[in-house]
Design a binder for this molecule. Structure first.
Ligand code: 13P
Ligand code: SF4
Length: 297
């Protein structure tokens, strides 16, 4: 079986498989760790294996390569990107900074290595508030996600100026989706990701990163939840809580790039140790500072 062959080859190659919570279920099942961006970054910084097989999208594998430059980072599907991460370039960020001298730059990890290299500190959906609060500056440029930036600004007195990027999967949820889901499942708690629009967040019961949603679903005595994040999340939720029910806020919430990885591609990556993810040293050295500063918060 494909999965058995992957597990055998993984040992032979001294490899570790990291998978994001949105990955196809069969890929999550062969992973050593599945998690949100923060957990996967932490794992990439500390793993001892020689090879990291990263099942997710480009910025996640690049973060692993930046944090572990002595390791081989392999991405089974090199064409899996995060459209939001490409909504700001290094040059655009340099211009944004020039317009706001003295402001600190916080970049969501869903960004290119070049943008990280131009930033003071990174954040993820799990630690955005703590990261912003850790800064001395009172003015913050937040890139690229306008929705996460606006969510964080609810919890701080600092002035946050957001870039106009967004995740097409989460930005697509509407208040009408909430109304429909609430009518179908009265009294059921709605958990959403902070990449959702402010008006959707206003109607949610709780706002968490993907692993925050998983933690809450496990610990809560409730037996049913409406889930306002990418539909792949429901695989993990159901696996960890077979007795509970999870209803997607919308079936349309599919991240096409997260679905590009397959078991066949994971096996081929382990066989060939390709496609390799490498970040030019000069950019990686500067980007590492912003990521490590976040990990220290
Ligand atoms: P998490 O860090 O919450 O897993 O989010 C990553 C992501 O890409 C959400 O769309
Ligand atoms: Fe990017 Fe959105 Fe896909 Fe997350 S769900 S990887 S933010 S496009």
């Amino acid at each position: 079986m494909l999965a058995d062959e992957i597990l055998r080859l993984k040992k032979e190659r001294n490899a570790v498989i990291l998978a994001h919570n949105y990955q196809p279920g069969e890929v999550q099942d062969v992973a050593d760790l599945r998690g949100d961006s923060l957990e996967l970054s932490r794992a990439a910084a500390r793993v001892e294996a020689e090879v990291i097989v990263f099942c997710g999208v480009d910025f996640m594998a690049q973060t692993a390569a930046i944090l572990s430059p002595q390791k081989k980072v392999i991405m089974p599907e090199a064409g899996a990107g995060c459209p939001m991460a490409h909504m700001i370039t290094g040059q655009q960020l340099r211009e944004f900074k020039a317009e706001h001298p003295g402001a600190a730059v916080v970049c969501y990890v869903n960004s290119s290595a070049e943008v990280k290299a131009e930033s003071d500190i990174c954040c993820t959906s799990a630690n955005g508030i703590e990261v912003v609060e850790s800064l001395e500056e009172n003015m913050v440029l937040f890139v690229p996600d306008r929705n996460l930036g606006r969510y964080v600004s609810r919890f701080t007195d600092k002035k946050i100026i957001t870039w106009d990027g967004y995740c097409y999967v989460h930005d697509r949820y509407t208040t009408e989706d909430v109304r429909r889901a609430r009518a179908l499942h009265p009294g059921v708690e709605l958990l959403v990701h902070p990449e959702c629009r402010p008006e959707v967040i206003d109607l949610a019961d709780r706002v968490y990163s993907t692993s925050g949603i998983a933690r809450h679903a496990k610990e809560s005595p409730a037996r049913e939840f409406i889930i306002g994040t990418e539909v792949g999340m429901n695989y993990r939720l159901k696996q960890e809580n077979p007795e509970k029910e999870f209803y997607p806020l919308s079936e349309k919430a599919v991240c096409a790039d997260m679905k590009k990885t397959s078991l066949e591609k994971v096996l081929s990556a382990l066989e060939t140790l390709e496609p390799r993810v490498e970040v030019p040293k000069e950019i990686a050295d500067r980007a590492r500072g912003a990521i490590e500063r976040m990990l220290a918060v």
